[in-house]
Design a protein around this ligand. Sequence first.
Ligand code: ADP
Ligand code: ZN
Ligand code: MG
Length: 485
Amino acid sequence: MASEYEIVIGLEIHAQLLTRTKMFCGCSTEYAFNEPNTNVCPVCMGMPGALPITNEEAIRFGVKAALAINCHVNLYSRFDRKNYFYPDLPKGYQITQYKYPLAEHGYLTIETSTGEKKIRIRRLHLEEDAGKLMHQADKIDTAEYSLVDLNRAGVPLAEIVTEPDMSSPQEAKIFMEKLRNILRYTEVCNGNLEEGSLRCDANISLRDPETGNVTPRVEVKNINSFKFVERALEYEASRLKGYFEGDKDVIRETRGWDSKLQKTISQRSKEEENDYRYFPEPDIPPVVLTSEYIENARKELPELPDAKKKRFVQTYNIPEYDASILVSTKELAAFFEECCANYDKPKEVSNWIMTEVLKELKDREIEINDAKVTPKHLIGLLTEIDRGMISKSAAKSVLAKAFETGMMPGEIIEKEGLKQISNTDEIQKIVEKVIEENPKVVAQYKGGKTKAITFFIGQVMKAMRGKANPKIVNQLVKEILDKPK
Ligand code: ADP
Ligand code: ZN
Ligand code: MG
C-alpha cells in the first residue's frame, strides 16, 4: 500500500452564454431579474408541437469560447435528445450536442507550483439549461412542496469537458480560475459561480502507484465557489483513500458538496449512458459552419490574458507577478494601460493598483468599472506625490476619499488640508524643539546609538500631523544632531 496516492481529476464545466435570447426560442435570458415563469413561451415550456429554432448568437459565442481554449471547431455538429425525467425539465429531455460536439481537442496551460502544465480539453458542446426548483416547507401544515420556475429553461450553455489531467484539488481550482478569466475576456459568459452562470462538476479518483489499483470515480456537483472547488475535492480525495482499506462506502456515484456541513453527500449512483436513450433531435437541422465563419469569429477574439501578460512584461518592463495580477480582468488591465499612456512610471502605477486600488475595490465589493476612481484620479494622485505635494501615507487616504466621493486628488488635498509642508524654516523649528525636549535621547545618539534618529523623525512627524515632507525632516534631524556645539 502506497503512502501517497495519485489524485486524478477531470472537470465538466457549464457556462451560461451571454446571448440576448434563449438557445431555441426568442425568450429573454435575463431570467434572474423577472418574476418566475414570465420569460417563457411554448418552446421553452415544452408544449407539444412547439418547434425550436437554433440561436445563431449562441453558436457564435460557442465558437469563440472554443477558439479561446484552443479547440478545433467542427464544421458539422448536431443536436441530440438526452431523455430523463425531472420536474425542472419540461420536455422530458434536454437538447444537447452529444455525438457530434461543436468543438474538440483543446487545451489550457495553467501555472502550478511546479511550473506550467497543459490541461487537455476533450470537447465543448452546446446545450440548453433546465429550469429551477425551489423547495419550500409550508409552515402551517408542515407539508413540503416544490415550485418550479422555467425562466432559466432553455438558456444556452456551453459544456466544457476536460481530460482527467489535473492531479490535485489546487490544480483544479487554478484551471477553473483560468477558464473563467478567458470566458470573461471573450465576453461569452459572466463567470459568476455564486449565481450559477458558471458551474463545475468535478470527477475524482485515486490511484495507487505501487499496485496500479484505482478507486471508483466520484462526481461532485453543486460546487459554487472557487474555495469550494478545492475544499470539496480535498474532502473527497481523503474519503476515497478508504477504498484501499476496504471501505465499502466508496462506490461509483454522484455526490453533492454541502457547504454548510463542509462535506460531500451521496446523491445518486451514476447513470449509464444508455439510461438517457440519446437520439438525434429531429426538429433541429445540424449546425454546418464554413471555415470563413470560424475565422471571422477568431477575429472577434480579444487579446487573451496570457498574451496580454506577456506584452505587459515586455512593454512596461514590470515583473511577471505584477502582470499576472493586472490581467486578472480585462477591465483592470485596461485601467492600468490607460494610466501608463499618460504617466511614464508603469511600476509605480502597478504598485498602486496591486495594493491600494485592489484593496479599496475589495473593501467596497466592487469591480474597477463600478468605481468612482478613474485612471485620471490615479495619475493625478501620483503626480501630486511626485511634486512633493503630499506624502505617500497621506496619498493613501486621499485615494480612499476619491473612491468614496469621486473627487479629484488635487481637490481632496486642498479641501482636507493635507498639503505636505516642505517649508524648511517651519520644519526646522519643530526639529529644534523636539531635540531640545529630549536631551537623554540626544545623549544616546551622541554615544553611538545612531538608531535613535528614527525617534526624532517620528516625533517631528507626529508634531506636524504627518504632513511634513519626510525627506526634509530626515535631512534636518541629521544636520542638527550632528552639528558640533
Ligand atoms: P462519463 O461517461 O461518466 O460521463 P467521461 O469519460 O465522459 O465519463 O468523463 C467525464 C469526466 O470525468 C471528464 O471530465 C473526465 O476527464 C473525467 N474522468 C474520466 N476518468 C476519470 C478518472 N479516472 N478520474 C477522475 N476523472 C475522470
Ligand atoms: Zn421560450
Ligand atoms: Mg460524459
